[in-house]
Write a protein that binds this ligand. Structure first.
Ligand code: C5P
Length: 424
């Protein structure tokens, strides 16, 4: 972290008592830190503590004219290498998710394109509340990185998930996001300031500009009658993250999604389908494409004697369902006349992950299989994390467990490499 510039936003939660220690660790690691304190945060830690430990003024007011003249809030956020929000309260996360900007902290977070890492801290019920869950999904889709929260006892006497990650864990997450040290452009001990034009680093080239990628995502629903259907537990989280990552790299994305719980990303062409047969038709219609990522959990069968009207329970016993196999979209596209140059499939396995994925790769005829262990104890199905083994022509490569957003970014990078090299 040597020479890096961190903007640390401290929101109002009891976990703010750990933030001065975080400031100390950041400086010890050779980075500079500028602090922003919300009015809630100021109930738990004082501006004096933060400015003394960071050796820089602690900012709190949006309309501080003296400081606006000296350094506007836009520059404050943009001249940082990383923005860290610790603790991130339910309230601030909600503001971030919905684009509210009514104080300095939330305005900075809206005005920046700098990577943001949040360390949530809140009561376990607040963390589990459907509103917070929705906001977490939005923030993940917006590429906001998250560390923690941990499980444990809370200041309010309850036990559960919601404790802010320890400062050491936040430091580690920051290190991972910042990557290798950059040459020092500014004095690390000095407060943030906008670098002169000559040292502004240009944005990364959009490596998938001009490419078309089809992504399938979510479960399919196979009707039994107008109100009942056969489905699976797929949430669509991984497929949605992949579509967003490809979009961010400049690709035109056709996102063919079954009825998933996670909302589709913005900026992609969304085709909503219900059944596997509709998904197959939508994929056919989306061709030609440079690459296809089949991340949907497609139902294997559909009911051939689905009823037009609701089947009544009339005491004569359960109806008997007849089923037929669904089209295998991945196998089909891998052998299609208009086959994309790169075809990627997923394999959700509960045992013998590598062996099964390797066999699946040749059976389906795709280039890569991203395999994951979805046994219930992994919490991967419907969760925010994934542990991938990537199977290609040249063997199996185990990726460390990481968020689905990071899996998506890594995959998008690999797709860009492959399309660039003409390799698979
Ligand atoms: O269900 P299965 O293990 O065969 O899924 C492996 C891969 O095949 C996944 O990428 C999935 O999206 C794809 N698939 C498909 N059409 C099917 C079944 C699976 O595209 N009917």
């Amino acid at each position: 972290m040597q020479g890096k510039r961190i903007l640390l936003i401290v929101a109002g939660g009891i976990a703010a008592y750990k933030t001065p220690e975080l400031v100390r660790l950041i400086r010890k690691a050779g980075a500079s830190v500028t602090t922003v304190l919300t009015s809630g945060g100021a109930q738990f830690v004082t501006p004096l503590t933060l400015s003394a430990l960071s050796n820089a003024p602690c900012h709190s007011e949006l309309f501080d004219l003296t400081r606006e003249a000296e350094m506007g809030h836009i520059e404050l956020s943009r001249s940082a290498d990383l923005i860290v929000v610790a603790p991130a309260t339910a309230d601030l996360m909600a503001k971030m998710a919905h684009g509210l900007a009514d104080d300095l902290a939330s305005t900075l977070l809206m005005a920046t394109d700098t990577p943001v890492l949040i360390a949530p801290a809140m009561n376990v019920r607040m963390w589990d509340h459907p509103a917070t869950r929705r906001n977490r999904a939005i923030l993940a889709d917006d590429d906001i990185d998250m560390v923690g929260p941990d499980e444990g006892g809370m200041a309010c006497g309850e036990w559960g998930e919601g404790r802010m990650a320890e400062p050491e864990a936040i430091m580690q997450a920051m290190g991972e996001l910042l990557g290798p040290p950059a040459p020092a452009l500014t004095d690390a001990s000095a407060p943030l300031r906008l670098p002169p034009e000559s040292v502004i680093i240009p944005p990364a080239p959009r490596r998938l500009a001009g490419r078309h990628v089809i992504v399938t995502s979510g479960p399919t629903h196979e009707p039994i009658d107008p109100v009942r259907y056969i489905a699976n537990r797929s949430s669509g989280t991984q497929g949605t993250a992949i579509a967003a990552a490809l979009r961010d790299m400049g690709a035109r994305v056709t996102f063919v999604t079954g009825p998933a719980t996670s909302p589709p990303p913005s900026g992609v062409d969304v085709v909503r389908v219900e059944t596997a047969r509709q998904m197959h038709e939508a994929v056919q219609a989306a061709l030609p494409a440079d690459a296809a990522v089949m991340a949907a959990a497609v139902a294997d069968w559909h009911v051939t004697n689905a009823a037009d009207r609701k089947v009544k329970k009339d005491g004569s016993g359960a109806p008997s369902l007849q089923m037929a196999e669904n089209p295998d979209i991945l196998a089909w596209i891998s052998r299609a006349a208009q086959r994309p140059r790169l075809v990627v499939g997923f394999a959700a396995e509960t045992d013998d992950v590598v062996a099964n994925a390797t066999a699946k790769r040749s059976r389906k005829g795709c280039d890569w299989i991203l395999a994951n262990d979805v046994s219930p104890e992994t919490g991967i199905m419907g969760g925010d994390e994934n542990a991938i083994t990537m199977v290609t022509e040249s063997g199996a490569e185990a990726w460390p467990r990481m968020t689905k957003v990071k899996v998506a970014r890594r995959l998008a990078d690999r797709i860009a490499d492959a399309l660039q090299d003409g390799a698979r």
